[in-house]
Each structure stands twice: as structure tokens, then as C-alpha cells.
Design a protein around this ligand. Structure first.
Ligand code: CS2
Length: 467
């Protein structure tokens, strides 16, 4: 059976990526691959990608010189494409390579996909210095051991220290996770880590490192052996590193690239002064609806986004959520209508088997950025905090209701980086759980009555709850 091999010279490494997952390979690596097309080799951008927590594809990609097949699945088309921008693949634990690459003046950009939880923010938005792994990293660094760092913020700060020591010049850090103002978030936690490692490092970062803010979008389900099989049938190639994605892609970026960047804007990305309108639209309409589907849909027995959207009641709940979110978005009404229409088709794409259980993970990090801002804005606008009907916020409260049921054992299994805290908040009766969750998010506890009614509507009778 044929395997992928690089037959033309690889572009020089000019970008480092942290978080070698499917999304990175369907998104940033794909944009970079397209930006490289038709340019002389020395103007192309090669990427060295470091794995985050999972090292699944490292060996498979190394054996293929970094190449992999991206299978772009439309509602009635399936198009395989070989992506060639990743030229070196490393396990995240290979900190020697990490420091070496970041100390290389040819490297100009560091992109990250480490998930919402991976930035390890504390309550004040800065790095959570009490987090066990952060403490362990800081201690390792202090003892001179730079080779066993595990958290993203400390790894990045340590890489920046190596860059400073080598005099390798400026760098753009480009976070690509679904967090509002992700550039500022990344900056805050990296600065927090830098302060712990070396008192002089923050000033160097201030002067040399820019943090770019991005909005990113491309629905990328976890690939299955059946997807690999489909690629083999279509191409004759056996590729254990296949990634499946949808035709749609969006990337909005705002910020400085002091050492240049690939021509992403020539292949569909939007470089702008302010990503906020796009970021909010995507985070609320797409990701917010995803979270609703993940909890309410899985409680109703559905397995994928497309299955749940095929359930008219659940599809109605999605619309109800959009009705809460839409009035607060800054883009023209017509544009937003077209966006939700397109989104409905993307969610219904029959070839994309996007598991609700995959989206359900880390709700404690996702709901506050996807759902609560629009809920709060509606309650404030209507001068009302109690959900007594003056403001219709059912679309948002249903997500909270479904999530609480999910944390208590209904629907998709609970996977959450803050699992102990979540379980502590939702112990006892359902009413006690709802009250604690509302308080934890600083919401009016008078909303509890309506949340309980919606929970009954979504989940029927209460689950066998944990106490
Ligand atoms: C999803 C996102 O898993 C999730 O939480 O909502 O990964 C979503 O598929 C992407 O943001 C789409 O761009």
C-alpha cells in the first residue's frame, strides 16, 4: 500500500505550533499550506508542530515527513487534499527541540491551540499560580530543569526566555482557541509565567513579543478508522494521520507580526483591526449552539450534531438560543441571518459525524464565554434579573439547565478540567445544584425556578444524581 512521502523540498521552518490536534491541521496548517502555493521555497513558511497532551499522531506524521491528508467533506462532495506545510513534528515533551526552535531567528511566529482550559487562567484572568501543574513547572524551572515543563503558559515563557538569551529577535504569538480576546488572554498568562521564571523576562517580552487576537472556525470532528478507509478508497494511499473537516473555514486576525507572516489574507483569512464582531458572532452563534446541542441533544439520546439538529424540538431550542444572542451582535441584520442559515446547513452536514460527547468537554470553561455574556446583556437591557418573563432568556437558561443535568450523569459523559469543583457545585438535590451554579456564575438566584422547569422539559425526570 502506498504511503505519503515528501517528494519536493520542505519549506524552511519559520513557525512553531503548540497543540498538534485535528483543528490545527484543518485550519492554521491548511491556510499556511495554501499561502505557500506558487511561491519560491525561501518565501514559504514551514511549521514545526509540537503535540499538546495527546501524542497520537506524532509518529504517524513523522513517518510521512509531516504530510497528511485533509478530507474536506461537503454535504455532497468529499475532496482529499495533502497538506505539506508541517515539516517537523515533535512530542510536546521534547523541550530541547522546543527551546532550540524558539531560539532560532528564522522562526517568527508561534501559534497555539491548547483548548480553553489550557491557558490555566485564575479567577482574576491571570495565570492560576495555585494550579498544581503550574507550581510544578515553576519549581522545575527554578531548580534548573527546563525539560519537564508541561503547562502551555510556562512552556511558552520558557521558550521566550531561550529566544531572548539567543538574541533571536521579535516573535508574534498567535493563539487560536475559542476565547474572547484570546491575544490578551495568552499575553496575561504568559506574562504571569514569565514573572515566575525570571524577573527580567516580562520587560523583554513587552518589547519583543506581540500577541495577536484571532477568531477561528472550522468544524473538525475526531477522525475515525472509517475516515482513513475512505481516504484509501479515494486516493489509494494509506494514511493513519487523516483529518476530516468541512468546506467552510474562517480566520480573522488582529495584531502585529514584527517578523512577517504567511500571506494568509490571500487565501481567505481576514486581517483586520478588530476581530471582536466576528469573534462574538462565532462564539455565541456557533459555539453557543454547539454547547446547547452537546448537553440537551445528548440528554435526548442523540449522538452527533447532525442527529440532534434533525430533532425538530432541539432545532427549535437552537433557534431560541439564537434569538437571545442575535440582538446583541454588532453586524448587520441581513448578514447575521445569512450566517445562521449557513450555520444550520453546516450543522446538518450529513458527512460530518461531530460527536456531541466531543463538544461536551470542559463546559465549565465554555459556557461562561459562549452563553453567559448574551444572557447577562439581555437581563441588563430589560432591567430585569429574575427571569420572571419580562425578558425571554429561555434559550440561554436551557443551556445551563442541560449542563447541570449533564454534570449529574445525564447525556454525554462528564469530562471537565475542573471536574472536582464542578462535582462539588452540583451535589445534593437538583434545586441545590442549580442554585449553586447560578451563584457561582454571579447570576440572580431567582432564575432557578425557570432553570428547573427547563431542566424538566429537556431531561424528563431527574437523573440518578450524585450526592
Ligand atoms: C466546538 C468547537 O468542541 C467544541 O467546543 O464547539 O470545537 C467548534 O467545533 C469549533 O470552534 C468550530 O470552529
Amino acid at each position: 500500500m502506498t504511503r505519503l512521502r515528501r517528494e519536493v523540498p520542505a519549506p524552511p521552518v519559520r513557525m512553531v505550533h503548540l497543540g498538534l490536534g485535528n483543528f490545527f491541521r484543518a485550519h492554521q496548517a491548511w491556510y499556511t499550506h495554501h499561502a505557500n502555493q506558487g511561491r519560491p521555497l525561501d518565501e514559504q513558511w514551514g511549521i514545526v508542530a509540537f503535540s499538546g497532551r495527546s501524542t497520537d499522531v506524532v509518529e504517524a506524521m513523522r513517518a510521512q515527513d509531516g504530510l497528511y491528508t485533509l478530507l474536506v467533506d461537503g454535504a455532497d462532495s468529499a475532496t482529499p487534499e495533502v497538506v505539506a506545510s508541517v515539516v517537523d513534528v515533535r512530542a510536546g515533551a521534547d523541550l530541547d527541540a522546543w527551546h532550540r526552535y524558539l531560539a532560532d531567528p528564522e522562526v517568527r511566529i508561534l501559534t497555539t491551540t491548547v483548548t480553553e482550559a489550557g491557558y490555566l487562567r485564575g479567577a482574576d484572568g491571570g495565570l492560576d499560580l495555585r494550579h498544581e501543574e503550574v507550581r510544578a513547572d515553576v519549581q522545575s524551572w527554578a531548580s534548573g530543569d527546563r525539560n519537564s515543563l508541561t503547562t502551555a503558559p510556562v512552556r511558552i515563557a520558557s521558550g521566550l526566555a531561550a529566544r531572548r538569551d539567543a538574541g533571536a529577535g521579535p516573535l508574534a504569538v498567535v493563539p487560536c482557541d475559542n476565547l474572547p480576546g484570546n491575544g490578551a488572554v495568552a499575553r496575561a498568562v504568559v506574562m504571569g509565567a514569565a514573572e515566575q521564571l525570571d524577573a527580567a523576562l516580562p520587560a523583554w517580552i513587552d518589547a519583543h513579543v506581540s500577541f495577536v487576537t484571532t477568531a477561528v472556525d472550522r468544524i473538525t470532528p475526531r477522525p475515525t478508522p472509517a475516515d482513513q478507509q475512505r481516504v484509501t478508497e479515494l486516493t489509494g494511499v494509506e494514511d493513519p494521520a487523516v483529518v476530516v473537516t468541512e468546506p467552510f473555514a474562517e480566520w480573522d486576525l488582529a495584531g502585529d507580526f514584527p517578523g512577517g507572516r504567511p500571506a494568509w489574507d490571500e487565501v481567505g483569512a481576514v486581517v483586520t483591526d478588530d476581530v471582536r464582531p466576528y469573534e462574538t458572532r462565532k462564539l455565541w452563534l456557533l459555539n453557543g449552539a454547539h454547547s446547547l446541542l452537546a448537553y440537551a441533544g445528548s440528554i435526548r439520546g442523540h449522538e452527533t450534531v447532525a442527529d440532534a439538529m434533525g430533532d425538530p424540538e432541539v432545532a427549535g431550542w437552537v433557534q431560541q438560543w439564537w434569538d437571545v444572542a442575535l440582538p446583541h451582535l454588532e453586524l448587520p441584520h441581513e448578514e447575521l441571518r445569512a450566517y445562521t442559515q449557513a450555520l444550520t446547513l453546516r450543522f446538518r452536514n450529513p458527512r460530518i459525524r461531530h460527536l456531541l460527547a466531543q463538544i461536551a468537554a470542559d463546559g465549565s470553561q465554555k459556557i461562561p464565554v459562549r452563553i453567559l455574556p448574551a444572557l447577562r446583556a439581555t437581563l441588563t437591557r430589560d432591567g430585569d434579573g429574575d427571569g420572571d418573563g419580562a425578558a425571554d432568556v429561555d434559550g440561554a437558561l436551557r443551556v445551563i439547565a442541560s449542563w447541570v443535568l449533564h454534570t449529574r450523569g445525564a447525556g454525554a459523559p462528564l469530562v471537565d478540567s475542573a471536574r472536582p469543583d464542578v462535582l462539588d457545585a452540583v451535589r445534593g438535590t437538583l434545586e441545590e445544584a442549580v442554585l449553586r451554579v447560578l451563584e457561582g456564575w454571579d447570576l440572580d438566584v431567582r432564575l432557578a425556578g425557570r432553570v428547573l422547569e427547563l431542566a424538566a422539559e429537556v431531561g424528563g425526570q431527574e437523573d440518578g444524581h450524585r450526592s
